[in-house]
Design a binder for this molecule. Sequence first.
Ligand SMILES: NC(=O)c1ccc[n+]([C@@H]2O[C@H](COP(=O)([O-])OP(=O)(O)OC[C@H]3O[C@@H](n4cnc5c(N)ncnc54)[C@H](OP(=O)(O)O)[C@@H]3O)[C@@H](O)[C@H]2O)c1
Length: 295
Amino acid sequence: MSLRRRIASSPAVVAAVNGRARTGEDELRAAIAGKTVVVTGASYGIGEATARRLAGAGATVVLVARTAERLEELAAELGPRAHTYACDLTDEDAVGDLALRLLFEHGPPDVLVNNAGKSIRRSIADSTDRFHDFQRTIGVNYLGPVQLTLALLPAMRERRAGHLVNISTSGVRGLPPSPGWSAYQASKAAFDVWSRCVAQEVRPDGVASTSIYFGLVRTRMSAPNFATIPGMSPEDAAALVCDAIVRRPRTAGPSWVGLADVITSGLMRGTTERVMTRAFVRNERARAARRERGA
Ligand SMILES: NC(=O)c1ccc[n+]([C@@H]2O[C@H](COP(=O)([O-])OP(=O)(O)OC[C@H]3O[C@@H](n4cnc5c(N)ncnc54)[C@H](OP(=O)(O)O)[C@@H]3O)[C@@H](O)[C@H]2O)c1
């Protein structure tokens, strides 16, 4: 393994870059035991690890994703407090049915973790005949969670309790919009802004909202990219989600995100964009050369 990779995967570096959770098992159990938490995207990655941690602390977990077999396997492992709902969040009818079933079978959730997501890294030159990339990402990263939240929110407000958790990315807050990520980042930004608008309307009714801006988490989604960037494990990410569920801050994520946002999107936006453009052009040229060599 190269030195850069070794440094990027060292636990101390990963924790320094991404932050460390503060909530212990007893505190989590006291906050969440007996409560109902809906986790979308629970079949893999951050959602799966979050569901495991919450179920372990005594929560009833409602697992949503498309891959029914993965959800069934997880539920079998977690025991009778886990319930599975196979659903494609880009399918409007399916999400409508899901919301009705959730309300009927479990009542309003105490926590809704909008975690399911899809990322695409593709230059705009390679996207000209791929409008579906933009439809897919906006479907799962924005429209699906909006539809689900709209359906569950009235009952949460009426009960004057609940917590919306949005799993967002440092590509939305912390780092500036990046070349190659237009479909993903625009759809994540849409849900981030939507959540922050809604948060202000529902807070007086006792419903909290938290946006978590993760850096790199080593999951199926991020696997093809960023081997030399310090990424956290899904379990460490889940611990930060649990922190947010217990403490209910408006925003959460690595400590560098706030300062980086001020610098890269404000004070040094021009310089940042120039550096990113140069890196992108260099990468694209290298990729084209590799393609030409047939590598
Ligand atoms: N990994 C990172 O570095 C990183 C960084 C910042 C933010 N995030 C965010 O973290 C969240 C989780 O990502 P991850 O890294 O854990 O990725 P992952 O391992 O690929 O998991 C994504 C989850 O979303 C579900 N999903 C995808 N499309 C869906 C659809 N149409 N309907 C229902 N469920 C769908 C997947 O399940 P099925 O395939 O079974 O449907 C899976 O459970 C995403 O919102 C992502 O944007 C990730």
